[in-house]
Design a protein around this ligand. Structure first.
Ligand code: G6P
Length: 493
């Protein structure tokens, strides 16, 4: 579909009663050899969960299309109006790579990398957030419900409320929200807090993050708070609560159950020489994921003779990410070197202990990898949730397989039966890997059943409906002073 088709023009003029604003659009662009443009839904639970709500409500999704210096007119795709936001090359550098991913990302993840503070990055963050807010103000119908996503857009709730006081605005942070001591480093801490307070409901992955936010508002902005509520001087109040995000568990299980997936899982094991133990890591190549510590732990177990190189293989998939940000370049070189060193030190001819894949794979291949893995190793140094852990659980309908999980991943609060580790503790990680590898099927099955129950009962629909119910529900007028929602959302969950 070209940008000038009538469908696109119609989409541009229609007003939506439900609007999602995220840094990225939920579609990827494919340009064919003859120049034809095709948009494909990008994989991911968020769009899957929100699609039905959007279809029923004439929903619009506002986001960046991923390219520099390109203006694309709004268009309609698969039941959703998509409203692309353009970014200049300088804005990609300063707003996306800079303030979002070299200031906020490390700061919010326990400063595991050093956050950089640059005033020109902040200026770009303000300018781009303003553009998103203006685009949303235009797309939203009267009294619409607007849901802003993630750390790239924390100023949007306030900016949007100033433009459109009639809207009901929700915000959800997908990554951790830091403790007050770390957040305090940010030169623009007050603006960020005030930006978020433009929302009626601010959602976090964990209760601790919501508490950090409320405490910061009290300390740094001086507003009155009580438990999960902030009282603003203008009479409005804002609720801050936890909504742990999840996955489309049924869909993953269906994928895992396909005969093609089983065949592919067997093929993967065969091509590794049918080892006794297949260990697996699947992560974006990010310094928050604890790849260094995890690979070192595995390498040491082999070097010490606790694992025989003939018996075990570690598959590490590292999906390319944010490759123009310095810290990510450094990490890539570090991991390349580390994998080379371990394989060189403890490998044998035809027996490489680590199979390292710097690539991204379709969901079908991920499901086959999950089915092929005896031990799934998810050991981030800090992670908002970590959906890979939940995907693994959803795919193990055979109730087998073991999950080694960092206690610093949001998922550890729900997946209590995983082999939990402190990823900084390499000896502890080694012990957990050995324990997971040597546990009986009966033991692993007991753990997996409990985790599967948790993931199946708390899937992505559950997450979205909990958040939206809270956002549109009228609360006690004395307590919350929210306007009633005039156009309730039509939903089927
Ligand atoms: C994390 C963030 C998302 C982000 C994703 C991919 O999950 O919470 O907001 O979209 O990483 O990162 P990217 O920079 O490629 O959008």
């Amino acid at each position: 579909m070209s940008p000038s088709t009538p469908v696109r023009r119609r989409a541009a003029s229609r007003k939506a009663s439900f609007v999602v604003i995220a840094n990225r659009l939920p579609v990827d662009r494919d340009i064919g050899p003859d120049g034809t443009v095709q948009w494909r839904k990008s994989p991911g639970g968020l769009v899957t969960a929100l699609e039905p709500v959007m279809r029923r409500n004439g929903g619009a999704w506002i986001g960046w299309h991923g390219a520099a210096d390109e203006k694309i007119a709004p268009f309609h795709h698969d039941g959703i109006d998509l409203v692309p936001v353009h970014l200049t090359a300088a804005e990609i550098k300063n707003y996306y790579e800079g303030f979002s991913n070299a200031t906020l990302w490390p700061l919010y993840h326990d400063v595991v990398a050093h956050p950089e503070f640059h005033r020109e990055w902040w200026d770009a963050y303000v300018a781009v957030n303003k553009r998103f807010a203006e685009r949303a103000a235009k797309a939203a119908g009267r009294d619409a419900v607007v849901w802003v996503q993630d750390y790239q857009l924390q100023l949007v709730p306030k900016m949007l409320r100033e433009l459109r006081p009639d809207l009901r605005i929700g915000f959800f942070l997908h990554i951790p929200f830091p403790p007050t001591e770390l957040f305090g480093q940010l030169p623009w801490r007050r603006q960020i807090l005030e930006g978020l307070l433009g929302a009626d409901l601010v959602g976090f992955q964990l209760p601790g993050a919501a508490q950090n936010f409320v405490r910061l508002v009290r300390q740094r902005v001086g507003y009155k708070t009580h438990r999960d509520t902030v009282y603003l001087p203008d009479g409005r109040s804002v609720l801050a609560k936890a909504y742990p995000i999840s996955i489309d568990a049924a869909d993953f299980e269906a994928l895992a159950r396909r005969p093609e997936t089983t065949a592919r899982a067997e093929e993967i094991r065969r091509s590794l020489g049918n080892p006794q133990h297949v260990l697996l890591g699947i992560d974006r190549l990010d310094y928050t994921k604890g790849l260094r510590q995890r690979l070192r732990a595995f390498g040491e177990l082999i070097a010490e003779g606790k694992i025989d190189v003939d018996d075990a293989v570690f598959i590490q998939v590292a999906t390319p990410s944010r490759e123009r940000v310095d810290q990510y370049r450094i990490l890539r070189d570090d991991i390349d070197r580390l994998v080379g060193r371990i394989n060189g030190d403890v490998g044998r001819i035809g027996q490489q202990p680590i199979t390292y894949l710097h690539a991204s794979y379709p969901r079908s291949e991920m499901a086959a990898l999950y089915r092929a893995a005896d031990v799934m190793v998810v050991t981030p140094l800090r992670d908002g949730m970590n959906l890979v852990a939940k995907e693994y659980v959803a795919c193990r309908y055979d109730n087998l397989g073991a999950l080694v999980l960092s206690e610093f991943a949001g998922a550890s609060a729900e997946l209590k039966q995983a082999y939990q580790v402190n990823p900084y503790d390499i000896n502890g990680t080694k012990a957990a890997l050995l324990q997971a590898m040597s546990a009986s099927d009966q033991e692993n099955s007991r753990r997996m059943k409990a985790m599967r129950k948790q993931v199946n009962e708390n899937d992505i629909d559950h997450w979205a409906s909990n958040f939206l119910d809270e956002l549109i529900t009228d609360r006690d007028p004395h307590e919350m002073r929210l306007r009633p929602v005039k156009t309730p959302l039509a939903r089927d969950f």
